[in-house]
Design a protein. Structure first.
Lengths: 323, 329
């Protein structure tokens, strides 16, 4: 059994899945370490859920391996899965049972979970008040919390959450993030998938980006953000003169309309027919601005758009779309 | 092992909390009084026409059937049935035993006899057909299969719970039937002799092996056969429930099979290879009662064997599919 380093809880190597003749997952590789929040980012249909299902043994990989705490999920599912708590897609529990009965149900499937532990996780996710009501009557947020309680029952080393903030209100989303950070601080490895890039950016330490069933990048969030090029929006008049001026700089690249389409909505709202979008190194902006003023270009505004994971992602998937 | 029984407990809890079993009990509690009342009306009417002597009634039945034998309008195969019936009735008459002695026990025997192929299997379907498919419909299968338990253990725990409920359904059918019918007909009749062991040779009945069995013993044998049929139907429904995603589809497939069975038994006597279908073999209690088999060449042993093969194959398919299949939705 290969084991790269002791801190690696989840170890995914060369994962492929073919259904019929179609290969839907091409060679996914990553590691998730103890105490880190690992983001799994990709648009809907990119293969996130299929990959997650392979992580927890719901789908058998065509080739490649998933090991959890050193145990292969396919070959030793009983050992491997005892270290994992997961919610795959929606937190689906038995609606005709109460929250408590649901937790009892899953507790019975695993060694060493007593009623005290159920009390503990119930407190942890703040479900104490309504735990004895039927799940049928729960809101989505409560179901999500019950799902997490279920996932935490077996004191896992790895928590897998598929779109954990889906369907939560802004307050609920904030609470969920704080909660996930708290869990990771306690040494738990948390694997979070999302199609919301800001979500990953705000929450995760490291991220794997996938699109079309392929892994596009894996790395720390800061590292990957560094590769994203910062952009500057120039609101200037006359436009032609400014363009000529900008083109004279080697390290300034004019971004055409297609390139500018990756801008966030908030940045795009700043633009008008006079706007020029460029990729400009941060330290160059003052110099260019100074020259513009000297050469009689009226500068109405200069906006630096911070690089975002979103931009990075779109650069990688070449405008495949976020939704 | 302890954990395995805890999982069986899980399945039992789910079946009970889904109120499936209550529905079964409710249906029995509603239907049995209706049939009991109808039966009581019938016996009252008989008493009006034949008086209190059951011999007159049996004699009349024999005469009626004999008359129909000479009629050209009656199909040949029906005539065989009637000849057999006449000989059996004559045997009861000769030994001075009332074949239809009214009473709670007799009613129970008759009711179960009539419900063994369709009614009780339908009750079993209410539980068996959604055992696996409902987990897939609701998506809870993902929670179930991401626990550190091998898939075959998950399926086996469901199968165990199912077998327990099959037994429970058969037992409660008897119990409810007896308790309710007793109100109408009294609770006696345990020791009435019932003749079994009629051997059929075409339209002739060989009486050498006939023996009188007390009714309670007959009920036990009958219950065993009904239970066996129930288990076979349950295992088949279980397989369909593994294969089909929707519970509705799963129930419809099994209902169609069961109903086609009761249609086929009435018309397939010419198509002899139909005897290998499980649906025509469900009438095990008919052998006990000495009624002719729907298709030539069928015996109690043959039917038991055929059903056992069908059951074994469906268990194999259930486990093979459930343990290998990707959970995609």
């Amino acid at each position: 059994m290969q084991q790269p380093d002791n801190a690696s809880v989840l170890h995914v190597r060369d994962l492929h899945k073919r259904i019929g003749r179609k290969t839907i997952i091409h060679s996914i590789n990553f590691d998730v370490r103890e105490g880190e929040i690992f983001g799994f980012l990709g648009p809907n249909g990119a293969g996130k859920t299929t990959t997650i299902r392979m992580l927890v043994g719901l789908i058998r990989p065509t080739s490649g391996s998933v090991s959890i705490c050193g145990y292969d999920v396919q070959k030793q599912p009983e050992q491997a899965l005892q270290y994992v708590g997961s919610i795959v897609e929606n937190p689906e529990m038995y609606p005709f049972l109460t929250g408590w009965e649901n937790l009892m149900h899953f507790a019975r499937m695993q060694e060493g979970i007593d009623e005290d532990r159920i009390h503990e996780v119930t407190q942890l996710v703040h479900l104490g008040g309504r735990i004895h009501e039927k799940v049928r009557t729960y809101s989505l947020g409560m179901r999500q919390r019950l799902g997490i309680a279920q996932a935490l029952l077996g004191r896992p080393k790895l928590l897998i959450l598929d779109e954990p903030t889906n369907g939560l209100d802004p307050k609920g989303i904030k609470e969920m993030r704080a909660f996930i950070r708290e869990l990771a601080a306690g040494g738990l490895a948390v694997f979070v998938s999302s199609h919301l890039l800001s979500e990953i950016q705000l929450l995760c330490d490291r991220v794997a980006i996938i699109g079309g069933g392929r892994e596009l990048a894996v790395g720390s969030v800061e590292e990957l953000m560094g590769t994203g090029r910062g952009m500057v929006i120039w609101d200037v008049e006359p436009k032609e003169k400014a363009l000529k001026l900008l083109e004279s700089y080697v390290d300034v690249r004019i971004v055409d309309a297609v390139g500018a389409a990756v801008l966030e909505d908030a940045a795009a709202a700043l633009m008008n027919e006079r706007s020029i979008v460029t990729e400009t190194p941060e330290e160059r902006v003052a110099e260019v601005l100074d020259r513009m003023v000297r050469e009689g270009v009226a500068v109405r505004g200069v906006h630096r758009v911070a690089p975002t994971l979103e931009r990075l992602f779109l650069q990688m998937t070449e405008g495949e779309g976020i939704e | 092992m302890k954990r395995f029984w805890a999982m069986v407990q899980n399945e039992v809890v789910k079946i009970i909390k889904k109120k499936r079993f209550y529905i079964v009990l409710l249906i029995l509690a509603v239907l049995v009084p209706i049939f009991s009342y109808a039966q009581m009306k019938q016996s009252l009417e008989r008493r009006d026409s034949y008086g209190s002597d059951w011999r007159l009634e049996v004699q009349q039945a024999i005469i009626d059937n004999q008359n129909s034998l000479s009629s050209d309008r009656v199909p040949q195969e029906w005539k065989v049935y009637r000849q057999i019936y006449i000989q059996q009735m004559q045997y009861y008459l000769d030994h001075d035993v009332n074949p239809n002695e009214p009473g709670g026990v007799t009613f129970t025997r008759e009711f179960i006899n009539n419900s063994a192929t369709l009614f009780i299997p339908l009750m079993i379907l209410t539980i068996a057909s959604d055992l696996v498919s409902s987990e897939r419909t609701t998506g809870t299968i993902k929670m179930l299969l991401t626990r550190p338990v091998r898939r075959w253990k998950v399926l086996l725990s469901k199968l165990m719970a199912l077998l327990m409920f099959v037994s429970l359904i058969v037992a409660s059918a008897y119990l409810i039937c007896y308790l309710i019918a007793g109100v109408f007909f009294g609770y006696s009749g345990w020791n009435i002799p019932i003749f079994t062991g009629f051997v059929l040779n075409g339209s002739d009945v060989d009486l050498t092996y006939v023996q009188a069995t007390p009714q309670w013993q007959y009920l036990l044998m009958q219950a065993g056969l009904v239970w066996f049929v129930g288990v076979v139907v349950a295992l088949l429904a279980f397989m369909v429930s593994v294969l089909v995603r929707s519970t509705a589809a799963s129930i419809v497939v099994m209902m169609a099979a069961l109903i086609s069975g009761s249609i086929l038994t009435n018309m397939a006597s010419a198509w002899t290879s139909a005897k290998y279908l499980f649906m025509v073999n469900l009438g095990l209690t008919e052998y006990l009662a000495g009624n002719p088999a729907p298709i030539k060449g069928m015996t109690l042993g043959f039917s038991l064997g055929t059903l056992a093969v069908w059951a074994a194959v469906s268990v194999i398919i259930s486990f093979a599919v459930f343990t290998k299949r990707d959970v995609l939705t």
